[in-house]
Design a protein around this ligand. Structure first.
Ligand SMILES: *[C@@H]1O[C@H](CO)[C@@H](O)[C@H](O)[C@H]1NC(C)=O
Ligand SMILES: *[C@@H]1O[C@H](CO)[C@@H](O)[C@H](O)[C@H]1NC(C)=O
Ligand SMILES: *[C@@H]1O[C@H](CO)[C@@H](O)[C@H](O)[C@H]1NC(C)=O
Ligand SMILES: *[C@@H]1O[C@H](CO)[C@@H](O)[C@H](O)[C@H]1NC(C)=O
Ligand SMILES: *[C@@H]1O[C@H](CO)[C@@H](O)[C@H](O)[C@H]1NC(C)=O
Ligand SMILES: *[C@@H]1O[C@H](CO)[C@@H](O)[C@H](O)[C@H]1NC(C)=O
Ligand SMILES: *[C@@H]1O[C@H](CO)[C@@H](O)[C@H](O)[C@H]1NC(C)=O
Ligand SMILES: *[C@@H]1O[C@H](CO)[C@@H](O)[C@H](O)[C@H]1NC(C)=O
Length: 493
């Protein structure tokens, strides 16, 4: 969420120095690893190094940790003004589905890691997907150490946090989606020790956060899309013109995720109209801003609530004054969504999930009206089952609802999407109070950090659980029933 705060006063005793991580003496040491589901039989891995990887470099991989018989290579090692690191990426192709693969990033200082390859679209095996939004760095530049006195120490266990919960439960979910607001680097000014060096403070928070996330994202597909905190060097709108080159216009976000996220998958349907619609969606996709992928029973579309639609809040002249984008051609994102959603064959992937950053249903405000205007009717038309958001720093669940009116069917085969907000995972801005009850709101929680698990049970049952991060206690549990007996859903009213 936006916060328009005064700069904290400098305390006389404050040590003024940003918290850059230590640079490893072997500068090819991989840091900030991040996997992504890239295609039906492909996973991408991105990582950063403290020196440019010259020429070609190859990640080795295979189904045995002692026999990495395949390799994926790249010769691109890129950086941007103000970054201390270089971003490197390869895509590991030709994977057998739902199989454990081992991989080794090239370095004299890297180890063999592993991941589960993507499930084929149409595989009806039950699986879980975790949802984490508005996460933020932990430690001296984050929320927990100074604002929550119950936490004596964060590193290395990270066990009062959502990252700790993801680590503890690593066998319980197959991948993570994170629609926006990652490190909160643009909140650097909230800590006095950063005030003399905002440019480096911003980079230090990015480095620290993605180091903290790496144990998870080096093991699980970690699917990213943008939030307002990726836009710019500072969330103070009227100073955004002062941002240094390299810290404007979603630069780090694009460098980090732009070449690892997918476009859209080739159609998994035998229907030729759906096939050409999926091809069109592939051409209109613009990762990491908007894209889709399929995984077992699910077709998941990640979309951009920040730029690239009418009155987009972070766009030029937008209400957030963050002056980002546009990244696509006029109407490209909307055209993408129409093509992508129309291509989904529910007899193959029964569950259609949409995920973005800013919600339009929320208790206590924080709703994005231009987002609702741009996207809600498209989601309804193509029968999106569940829409997932963050931005508001708490957990919320709404019964199926369209245009402000609860679907009379409730959770029993509604036409309207069900909505959740999973923005209470923990960041420097703290939790947002639960507001007044709103139409169709069934659950709201802001007492502690929490996150969500979406359970793809079978073609007709989808579970959503909210967990308290520190304890793993289930705070709320619901199951949506959908008959899914129409292959191509088109609803006009
Ligand atoms: C090797 O990598 C580890 C982290 O994975 C790091 O702590 C260590 O400093 C690195 N060693 C060298 C020689 O760079
Ligand atoms: C890349 O080339 C530069 C300049 O020649 C050199 O300093 C650096 O060590 C090289 N890096 C690697 C990983 O080989
Ligand atoms: C935090 O994790 C450590 C080990 O990882 C464990 O010993 C400790 O009990 C945990 N603390 C809490 C409060 O869960
Ligand atoms: C093929 O898909 C289109 C939507 O892409 C749908 O309108 C049409 O009914 C489908 N045809 C069959 C035979 O299912
Ligand atoms: C942001 O980057 C995009 C893509 O490079 C560009 O089209 C757009 O004009 C930039 N926006 C601003 C405000 O600089
Ligand atoms: C949504 O509801 C309003 C009244 O609250 C109505 O004027 C409008 O036409 C409705 N829009 C759609 C797309 O149904
Ligand atoms: C909002 O009100 C409804 C209907 O009274 C109730 O079922 C629901 O639990 C309430 N939501 C919250 C978060 O208290
Ligand atoms: C689809 O399922 C719903 C609810 O189970 C049922 O009312 C409807 O008749 C079914 N339609 C078809 C075409 O089978």
């Amino acid at each position: 969420m936006a916060s328009y705060k005064m700069l904290p006063l400098l305390a006389a005793s404050t040590v003024l120095a940003v918290n850059y991580p230590t640079i490893p003496s072997d500068r090819t040491t991989p840091v900030q690893q991040r996997l992504a589901i890239n295609a039906p039989n492909a996973m991408s891995i991105g990582w950063n190094t403290y020196e440019k990887l010259n020429g070609s470099y190859c990640v080795q991989y295979g189904t045995s940790s002692t026999s990495l018989t395949s390799q994926a290579c790249s010769d691109s090692s890129t950086t941007y003004a103000t970054s201390r690191t270089y971003g490197n990426e390869v895509t590991m192709t030709g994977l057998q589905p739902a199989t454990t693969y081992y991989y080794k990033i090239p370095s004299t200082n890297s180890s063999v890691e592993h991941f589960l390859s993507p499930r084929t679209a149409g595989d009806k095996t039950a699986f879980n997907m975790d949802v984490v939004i508005d996460l933020g760095i932990y430690g001296a530049d984050g929320y927990t150490t100074t604002k929550r006195d119950t936490i004596p120490q964060i590193q290395p266990e990270l066990n009062h946090t959502t990252i700790g919960a993801l680590a503890r439960t690593v066998d319980d979910y197959e991948f993570v989606i994170h629609p926006g607001d990652f490190a909160y680097a643009d909140d650097w000014y909230e800590k006095p020790h950063n005030l003399l060096d905002g440019k480096d403070a911003y980079q230090a928070i990015l480095e620290g956060f993605y180091d903290q996330l790496a144990p998870i994202a080096a093991r699980k597909g970690y699917m990213a899309s943008p939030g307002n905190h990726e836009a710019d060097c500072q969330e103070i709108p009227y100073t955004s013109g002062l941002c240094p080159e390299g810290q404007k216009n979603f630069t780090d976000f694009m460098m980090r995720f732009g070449r690892t996220m997918p476009t859209a998958f080739a159609s998994s349907s035998s229907n030729t109209t759906a096939q050409s619609s999926a091809t069109k969606a592939q051409q209109l996709a613009l990762p990491p801003f908007w894209y889709s992928f399929e995984y077992g029973q699910a077709h998941i579309v990640m979309f951009d609530t920040e730029t690239d639609f009418p009155d987009a809040p972070d766009g030029p002249g937008g209400s957030a004054h963050l002056n980002g984008g546009p990244f696509g051609k006029p109407n490209q994102q909307i055209d993408f969504l129409n093509a992508d959603l129309a291509s989904v064959d529910r007899s193959v992937t029964p569950w259609l999930i949409g995920a973005g950053h800013r919600p339009w249903y929320s208790t206590g405000g924080g709703g994005c009206d231009p987002c609702q205007t741009a996207f809600e009717s498209i989601f309804y038309k193509y029968g999106v089952d569940l829409a997932i958001f963050g931005h508001v720093h708490n957990s919320q669940r709404f019964l199926p609802i369209y245009n402000g009116t609860a679907d009379p069917a409730g959770m029993q085969d509604p036409k309207a999407p069900m909505y959740i907000v999973a923005g209470g995972t923990g960041n420097i801005e703290g939790l947002s109070a639960v507001g007044d009850n709103a139409t169709a709101n069934a659950f709201a929680y802001a007492d502690d950090f929490s996150y969500a698990t979406v359970k793809f049970i079978d073609a007709n049952h989808l579970g959503v659980d909210f967990m308290q991060s520190s304890t793993g206690n289930v705070l709320d549990s619901s199951v949506l029933f959908k008959s899914h007996n129409t292959s191509f859903v088109v609803q006009t009213s």
